[in-house]
Design a protein around this ligand. Sequence first.
Ligand code: PEP
Length: 254
Amino acid sequence: MDIASPRKPLIAANWKMFKTPAEACAYADALLPLVAGHVRDEIAVCPTFLALASFAESVKGSNVLAGAQDMHPEKEGAYTGEISAPMLKAVGVTHVILGHSERRHYNHESDWDVNRKLLAALKQGMTPIVCIGEVQEEREEGRTNDVLLRQLKIGLDGIRPEDAGPIVIAYEPIWAIGSGQSASPGIAEETHAFIRDAVRERLGDAVADGMRILYGGSVKPSNTAFLLAQPEIDGALVGGASLDPHSFADIVKY
Ligand code: PEP
């Protein structure tokens, strides 16, 4: 990203359904010395719900923050199997991924579900990472911008500019996730610029200029620098390559 940019990059790890609590603690022990003193970027790691409390405890007081991969929009209630924002906050979780494409696909989460969660996360003072992105077919048919606009329009519905500061958008082209082949820096840059313009139209200049837009989709140590050199790319959401602490540390320190 641009050196003059006011946006502090965020490098976030999405572990998906990997690692036990013990493995999460071992990861924290390995990662912390590798990124000690690193202040250029904000660093967040999102383990499973089960491993979150022990991971958050392991990184307490360090420059590594704990994030969740999802949350329920209600504070509490008869929602079997769900976890709320106050519960996450109670164990030291600060960030939360919302609307990841795997949840949209396997759990049938809609743009309106994402919107409800986003409003709740902001109310609870969390840093939401809202994932948007198109499938291969939509890109090939020239529908990428329409898809992103719909996800943003509904996802950001009812958000006031004065409340939007903490929102992070993660542009994750679904065709690039887990494929080993990231979007080219050019495609990512162009799409991020489109997203920022869409945010500008809805929430104004100050929000758009301050909003961090991460790229996600097969980020690895070898392509991070190329992607993050783009002025519109303000960090990365990393899946597979975040599972090894050395690989994730290399990405953080690109
Ligand atoms: C993700 O799941 O958010 C992701 C970007 O995965 P990967 O880095 O493995 O493509």
